[in-house]
Write a protein that binds this ligand. Sequence first.
Ligand code: FES
Length: 178
Amino acid sequence: MTEKVQSTVSSDQTGDKPWEPRILAFLCNWCSYAGADLAGVSRLQYPPNIRVIRVPCSGRVNPMFILRALAQGMDGVLVSGCHPGDCHYLTGNYFARRRFLVLSRILDFCGIEPGRVQFSWVSASEGQKFADVITRVTEDVRALGPAKHAVKQMWDIPPDVLEALQEKGDTTDGCRTG
Ligand code: FES
């Protein structure tokens, strides 16, 4: 999965074009990815600034994936999963939300603006909501500007914190079912 994040980020280098926010979206296969699909087939318009990584569940998103994406030049990250109570693996989205709250504090501690990393619930039937979320996240990140500050600050995370995050990610790899 780490390699997938790496290749998605590096394949999206834009060269000399004017700056546009680059946002990595981790979408749960069962809800948000299907919502994105519905937005597509319904021809709903939303900014083309996201690059999608499909994950089996939002609970699969290790905080290190998010940190790595920011450190490697993404301007924002979105994690989107099923609504509470709808997770295909019962509680994966609750783990994801808890992890997101902890990560938000770490990002705040590192000086990374709130809004660069966002979390949402989008179901398979919410194509319009998906388009709205992407529009909002893109505008939020656009207002914050390029994440060069985030890239620089990322290296200031104490090694023991990074290690703890990595361990947490390793122990919660995959989806829980109970
Ligand atoms: Fe969608 Fe868990 S299966 S968030």
